[in-house]
Design a protein around this ligand. Structure first.
Ligand code: NDP
Length: 393
């Protein structure tokens, strides 16, 4: 029987724990470990204590090695924060254990995310004979698989990709973030960036936007952001000429962001306050609603997908592959809103395919490098059904 170790007991960790238990025949003995044991225990109670829990400081490689050995893990599913990616990968190398995450490494003092440091561990993973699957959430994650699926079934060559991420959920707060506030706000307040004709083009935050009609949701203003899956997709989708990422934001969210930015509350450098050192964005996280608590208040839908344009049999075509989730339905199933659900389910699916040997390759890899069909089948079975629509051009 397999042993599965999940690290991180936030909104996403809760979904991963629920979904792994629903697939217990693959995941076997499941342990949920995080910095705050109580959070793990609350989730375990929801699951009739059918999973084990543990306390872990995932910044310490030694502590991680000890825990991985103790549970004799076959795989580590990292759904803590991006800051912990490298230490957890190092512990996996030392213990020869497969690794999976949903977000690429970020240094706490530098609001910049890229795969460089994780890809640099490719040789160490190969030497240890183990697999690291990077970015197995929704975006990155399912969006990468959608691109690979479009490439395999709909195009001889894809020329452009627009990743379209819409969360039309309403939690009733004037301002809150749907996943870890610190990570979310760092991402959204950074300069935008897209890739065209072999070059990265930088934009000011929210500089480029347009109104897009999301199936089953309607028209929403969508803003260009830099997003990590583009870094690997430009390497792996052959013939690509342009890739962009767009996300929807409401007026209230943008106004709050602007004010927070202007007064320095999004700062990531320490400041002194009454003799104490604080990081403004960390303090802001303390004030904002815990994303895990938004589940029961959030109504509405998410629609995340890709629009790919290119050539098939000498003719231009454009297709839209998308997935729609309903916040209230997700909450009914696993006590979490759709943003955590749409991240946690693909994390479970990626880990399932690894344990079943269907996606398995020594080294450090991204999602679009593997056969998309098995992943797309699992999405339909595990709660994230998707659709494909031909767009007239
Ligand atoms: P949360 O902040 O809700 O949860 C993070 C969890 O990690 C918390 O339980 C936290 O512990 C724990 N943690 C933080 N630091 C440590 C540490 N040093 N040691 C042990 N545990 C630690 O975040 P989410 O659940 O919303 O997000 C989880 C991950 O998913 C993030 O990396 C996020 O970027 C990613 N994500 C990916 C998406 C995708 O589509 N690819 C979309 C959304 C999120 P404590 O409870 O003590 O704070």
């Amino acid at each position: 029987m397999n042993n599965t170790l999940i690290i991180g007991a936030g909104g996403v960790g809760r979904v991963v724990a629920h979904k792994c238990l629903m697939n217990k025949e693959v995941f076997g003995n499941i342990t949920l470990a995080s910095r705050t044991l109580l959070r793990c225990d609350i989730i375990a109670q929801e699951l009739d204590n059918k999973i084990e829990t543990a306390c872990i400081d995932a910044d310490s490689v030694d502590d991680l090695v000890e825990l991985i050995k103790k549970v004799n893990a076959d795989i580590v599913i990292n759904v803590a924060l991006p800051y912990q990616d490298l230490t957890i990968m190092d512990a996996c190398i030392k213990t020869k254990t497969h690794y999976l995450d949903t977000a690429n490494y970020e240094h706490p003092d530098l609001a910049k995310f890229e795969y460089k440091e994780q890809w640099a561990k490719d040789k160490a993973f190969k030497d240890a004979g183990i697999f690291a699957l990077l970015g197995s959430g929704f975006d990155p994650g399912v969006t990468n698989v959608f691109c690979a699926y479009a490439q395999k079934h709909y195009f001889d060559e894809i020329e452009t990709i627009d990743i379209m991420d819409c969360n039309a959920g309403d939690h009733g707060y004037a301002f809150a973030t749907n996943f870890n506030p610190e990570i979310n706000l760092r991402e959204v307040s950074a300069n935008g960036r897209y890739w065209e004709n072999g070059e990265w083009i930088e934009t000011k935050p929210m500089e480029i936007h347009f109104t897009h009609d999301y199936p089953e949701i309607g028209e929403k203003e969508s803003y260009l952001l830099y997003h990590e899956e583009m870094e690997s997709l430009v390497k792996h989708i052959k013939g690509l000429k342009r890739i962009r990422f767009f996300m929807t934001f409401g007026k209230s969210y943008l106004k709050h962001m602007e004010v927070l930015e202007n007064i320095g509350m999004l700062g990531i450098k320490e400041v002194k306050h009454k003799g104490q050192k604080i990081v403004p964005i960390e303090f802001l996280k303390t004030l904002l609603p815990d994303p895990a608590s938004l589940g029961e208040r959030t109504k509405g839908k998410t629609n995340i997908g890709i629009i790919a344009t290119g050539v098939k049999d000498g003719k231009q075509r454009s297709i839209y592959i998308y997935q729609i989730s309903d916040h209230e339905e997700c909450y009914k199933e696993v006590n979490s809103q759709a943003v955590s659900y749409t991240t946690g389910v693909p994390a479970m699916i990626g880990a399932k395919l690894i344990l079943e040997g269907k996606w398995l390759k020594d080294g450090v890899h991204n999602m679009e490098e593997f056969d998309p069909d098995v992943f797309m089948d699992e999405l339909n079975k595990q709660g994230l059904p998707w659709k494909v629509k031909e767009i007239d051009i």
